[in-house]
Every structure is written in structure tokens, then in C-alpha cells.
Design a protein around this ligand. Structure first.
Ligand code: FMN
Ligand code: SF4
Ligand code: SF4
Ligand code: FES
Length: 543
């Protein structure tokens, strides 16, 4: 899209520079300023424009810059490179800074949720509407009955992207049918899984899209107000969201008489203090109500009795980001992507020991090997793949034997993990799987809200046992006890945090039991990660 220059003319060349948090954290803002200065200094302001855009995906190579229409991509720039880049416009590209835009990382992705990321300025409503933004909302409120919107969602087969994978159309239908003078829509932007940053990036790169999804949801279920519950550690996402709400209100996409109809919908932001458990839907609702964010038993589910006891639709950021394209293109279109039971695409945060770390979006059913080795570029330093951890603390580790598995909700569950919100941490032979389990247990122990005993005490006990194993102080009896505790905590905890906390332990025990045994029987950490206590010290303790 040609950008306007500072003089209001159409630019011949646009320098699209990533202004999402990843690139800003490595001087992206200074590079942007330097580019603007160089353009001014060379008198090119009438021909060349600089535009801030959302995440371009390959965050590890940031700051990233795309030159349009030439299609040149630059990576890892510093402000001092600005002169050379501006000088090269219309001439030969700066070879030393070039990033291959034709590599599989870019060409193998299919973008629905992230289609505007890196394409639009997240601070400008005009940019969003220029690529069809708010067409879906106008279509919904102008041409469709609420029930038709819900049918379209059901047809799409979209499942919640926040972790549970519950069918979104079904949830919308339940809220629409529920009795209540008032209803609410909540966007869950709490995202607390270690290694995950999908929701943050969507909010930073395309905030209007999330608001459009929420407004369509409000129309479908009969709600006139909504909240985005976002963790305070995401200040840039919150800032962009606030700005987007203000602009959407001014343009009639939020507030009263939306798109000229009688539909009214407002959105407010609520900040979370960063407790992992506040992402659990009942805890989140309690937090918005001004109470301590701890879960309550379900039923009643929020769809029947949620915020201030009113029927409440709660969906994840990525789930809402899928809504506008579904309404624009139809549910059939969406259900044609992915597999039979896992429709559409999924955004993953690729992290850990993989060449290309960053955000990717692929159709459901993409083979794990393609994600890690083709898109992800494989394992660096010639090392060997060992496992991939999916689903965060609620998930598990998937070993090499599953590399040819198509990634779906079902296949991941079968392999002993979950899709979760989309964190993917790749591990090589330098990772100790017992230590990985210990790390996630420490996370659950620290984040347990303490409301119920099995989780509060159980995660602590399990962590202690794992610590004992990693220090070479444990016996086989400890391992039996650990396995027993996994079952108790899994079945008797009140909420998902406790219920799923044993998953990383169970999956590593399933596939890497020999590593546990090496720690216990031989006092050896095969990966060389765990610091073992000396055998004499262990004897002294046992005695
Ligand atoms: C401990 C815990 C933390 C959670 N954290 C999040 C979160 O950060 N974001 C999210 O969308 N869902 C989170 N969930 C899932 C939500 O409770 C809920 O299922 C989800 O927001 C529903 O939206 P969806 O149907 O679009 O996935 C969490 C669940 C548990 C048990
Ligand atoms: S654990 Fe005890 S001290 Fe802490 S909040 Fe609950 S009742 Fe109060
Ligand atoms: S399972 Fe854990 S986090 Fe959930 S309510 Fe119980 S103590 Fe709190
Ligand atoms: S944050 Fe810049 S490419 Fe992802």
C-alpha cells in the first residue's frame, strides 16, 4: 500500500519498519528516527515515507525493515545503517543487511490471524480499513441476524485458541440463548505461559482486528459492552489498544449506532497484575469485579453466570482475531483450512533451540518436522533435536519419534501434550528433561493461588521431589511418590492450573524415563545440566 509522505503526497517508496515490542527492544525506534532524518537530509521527503508496522515475524533478526514496492527485506539494523539504506533506494540493495524474503520461514506460512501484521500501521485506523478492516462488522450488523452470525461461526469450526479448544460457535450460541438483561464480552489477553507471546504480538500489531471480533461477538450474543483483560506487563499492547478504541469510537465502529445500525457496543480495558491464574476464566472475572483473582468451581460456567452474575462470553485474543475473516469470507471458507476437527490456522511462538525464533502462523495439521526444520530452520550449532515442549506449564514434551505428526488438538493430546495457547519451545541434547519438568513445576508452584490444598501443597511437594532428583539425592521411592502425587493433584485440584501441573512431569516420564533413572541410580545428568551433590554428601544425608 503506498504511504503518504510527510508532505501529503503519495510516496514512491515506503520503508516499513517493525514497531512491535521485539524490534523496539533492539533499537527499532532509533533506526526509524535515523531513517527519517536521513530522508529529510537528502531531500527525499516527497518520494520516500517511513511507516511503523506490526511484527514481521522473524523477531530474532530484528529490527526488520521492508522496502516497498521493491520487496527488499533488511535485518538486524543499527541506527548507523540508516544512511546506507536510504542511499541505496532505487539502486542496489545493501547486501550485508539483506534478509532472504524467499526463505521457507516466510513462504510456508498461511496468514489469517497475522494477515495484517507487518502490513498495516497498528496506530492508524485508515490503514486497517484500507485492507478491508471493519467490513465484516458492517456486514454483520447491516446484513445478518445475530443467529446467522452464530451459524457462520459454527460452520467455521473455529475452536478457542486460549488453551481448551472449546468450539467457539457453540459457546457464542450458549451465551446468546442465556437469560440475562445484560450480557458481557471479555477478551482474555492475560497470556502468562512462559515462552508465549502470540496474543501480545496480535494486540501490538493489529489491535483493530481484535476489537472488530469483539464487536461482532457482542452483536451475535446480545451484549452491549466488553472488556479486554490484559496483563500490565504488556504496556505497548495496552497503549495501542487504547488508541485503537478511541479511533474506532470516533469513526462509529464502537459506541452507539455502529455502522449506522441501532447496535451499541463499548470496550474497556482492565489491567491484570500478572498472576498466571488470572488467565483462568472465573479468576479473571473475579479480578475484573475488583476481587482477588482466584478461580471458583464451574458450573455455573461464565456463559450462564459470569461477570456480575450476567451471561458472559469469554474468548482469547487469537480467537477474536479469527472472527472478522470468518464473517467476511464465510464459515465454509474457514472450515476448508486445516484438518477435519482442527480448523483454520494456528499462531505459534517458536522459541528455544531453533534457528528462526519468532511468530509463525501455519494451517492446523502442519507436520511438526516442517515447523521446526523447514520454517524454523532446524537446530543451531549442528546439534540434535531432542524434544519440543508445547502448551506451556499445562503441556508436555514431544520427542523425536513424533516429528512426522500433523499438529492438531487431537494428535498433540494423544502424544501426551496439548496445543495450549501456542508456545513451542524446541530443545536439543543440551536440555535435561528432568530439569525442564522441574522448571515448569516451579512455575506452577509459584503461581498456585493457594485456594485448594492439592494444588497448593501438591505442587510444592512435587517440586521438592524433582529438585531432589536433579540434585542426585532421590531414591526410587521418591519417583513412585512423584508419580502418585501427579495423579492426586491432577484429579483433585479445583482449576486447570493444578489439574494440568503434572503434565510436563508425566510426559517427560513417559518418553525420557531413562533420564530420571540416570539421575536417581547413577547420580548423573546425561545432558550435563544438573549439578549433582557429591556421593559422599548423599551418603551422609541418607545415614
Ligand atoms: C491457569 C489458567 C490460565 C489460563 N490463562 C489463559 C490466558 O492467559 N489466555 C487465555 O486466553 N486463556 C487462558 N486460559 C483459558 C481460559 O480459562 C479460557 O478457557 C479461555 O480464555 C477461553 O477462550 P477461548 O475459548 O477463546 O480459548 C487459562 C486457563 C487456566 C486454567
Ligand atoms: S492462604 Fe491463608 S493467609 Fe493466604 S489468603 Fe488464604 S486464608 Fe489468607
Ligand atoms: S488448582 Fe491451584 S490455582 Fe487452581 S484454585 Fe486450586 S490452588 Fe488455586
Ligand atoms: S517484533 Fe519485529 S519482527 Fe517480530
Amino acid at each position: 500500500m503506498p504511504e503518504e509522505t510527510t508532505n501529503g503526497t503519495q510516496a514512491q517508496t515506503t520503508l516499513d519498519i517493525c514497531v512491535a515490542a521485539g524490534c523496539l527492544s533492539c533499537q527499532g525506534d532509533l533506526v526509524k528516527e535515523a531513517l527519517e532524518k536521513e530522508i529529510d537530509a537528502r531531500g527525499l521527503a516527497e518520494r520516500v515515507a517511513v511507516r511503523g508496522v506490526g511484527c514481521l515475524g522473524l523477531c530474532m533478526a530484528g529490527p526488520l525493515l521492508r522496502v516497498s514496492p521493491d520487496g527488499i527485506l533488511y535485518q538486524a539494523m543499527v541506527p548507523e545503517d540508516a544512511g546506507e539504506i536510504v542511499e541505496s533506494i532505487g539502486k542496489k540493495p545493501v547486501k550485508r543487511l539483506e534478509c532472504d524474503a524467499e526463505q521457507s520461514f516466510f513462504t510456508r506460512q498461511v496468514k489469517i490471524v497475522l494477515e495484517n501484521s507487518g502490513e498495516v500501521d497498528p496506530d492508524k485506523l485508515d490503514d486497517y480499513t484500507a485492507v478491508g478492516g471493519y467490513d465484516a462488522l458492517a456486514k454483520a450488523v447491516g446484513e445478518m441476524e445475530p443467529s446467522e452470525v452464530i451459524s457462520e461461526m459454527v460452520t467455521s469450526g473455529l475452536r478457542g485458541r486460549g488453551g481448551g479448544g472449546y468450539p467457539s460457535g457453540l459457546k457464542w450460541g450458549t451465551v446468546a440463548k442465556a437469560d440475562g438483561a445484560r450480557k458481557y464480552v471479555i477478551c482474555n489477553a492475560d497470556e502468562g505461559d512462559p515462552g508465549a507471546f502470540m496474543d501480545r504480538s496480535v494486540l501490538e500489531s493489529d489491535p483493530f482486528r481484535v476489537l472488530e471480533g469483539m464487536a461482532i461477538a457482542g452483536y451475535a450474543v446480545g451484549a452491549d459492552s466488553g472488556y479486554v483483560y490484559c496483563r500490565a506487563e504488556y504496556p505497548l499492547a495496552v497503549k495501542r489498544l487504547k488508541n485503537a478504541i478511541r479511533q474506532a469510537e470516533r469513526a462509529g465502529f464502537l459506541g452507539s449506532n455502529i455502522c449506522g445500525s441501532s447496535f451499541r457496543f463499548t470496550v474497556d480495558i482492565r489491567l491484570g497484575a500478572g498472576a498466571f491464574v488470572c488467565g483462568e476464566e472465573t479468576a479473571l472475572i473475579s479480578s475484573i469485579e475488583g476481587n482477588r483473582g482466584s478461580p471458583r468451581p464451574r458450573p455455573p460456567f461464565p456463559a450462564a453466570s459470569g461477570l456480575w452474575d450476567c451471561p458472559t462470553l469469554i474468548n482469547n485474543v487469537e480467537t477474536f482475531a479469527n472472527v472478522a475473516p470468518i464473517i467476511r469470507n464465510g464459515g465454509e471458507w474457514f472450515s476448508g483450512i486445516g484438518t477435519e476437527k482442527s480448523k483454520g490456522t494456528k499462531v505459534f511462538a517458536l522459541a528455544g533451540r531453533v534457528q528462526n525464533t519468532g511468530l509463525i502462523e501455519v494451517p492446523m495439521g502442519t507436520v511438526l518436522r516442517d515447523i521446526i526444520f523447514d520454517i524454523g530452520g532446524g537446530i543451531p550449532d549442528g546439534r540434535k533435536f531432542k524434544a519440543v515442549q508445547t502448551g506451556g506449564p499445562s503441556g508436555g514434551c514431544i520427542p523425536e519419534q513424533f516429528l512426522d505428526m500433523a499438529v492438531t488438538y487431537e494428535s498433540l493430546a494423544q502424544a501426551g501434550s496439548i496445543m495450549g495457547s501456542g508456545g513451542m519451545i524446541v530443545m536439543d541434547e543440551t536440555s535435561c528433561m528432568v530439569d525442564v519438568a522441574r522448571y515448569f513445576m516451579e512455575f506452577c508452584m509459584t503461581e498456585s493461588c493457594g485456594k485448594c490444598v492439592p494444588c497448593r501443597v501438591g505442587t510444592m511437594q512435587m517440586h521438592e521431589l524433582l529438585e531432589k532428583i536433579t540434585q542426585g539425592r532421590a531414591s526410587m521411592k521418591d519417583l513412585d511418590l512423584l508419580e502418585e502425587l501427579c495423579e492426586v493433584v491432577r484429579f483433585s485440584s479445583l482449576c486447570g492450573l493444578g489439574q494440568t501441573s503434572p503434565n510436563p512431569v508425566l510426559s517427560t516420564l513417559r518418553y525420557f524415563r531413562d533420564e530420571y533413572l540416570a539421575h536417581i541410580r547413577d547420580h548423573v545428568c546425561p545432558a550435563g545440566v544438573c549439578k549433582m551433590k557429591s556421593p559422599s554428601k548423599i551418603h551422609a544425608e541418607v545415614a
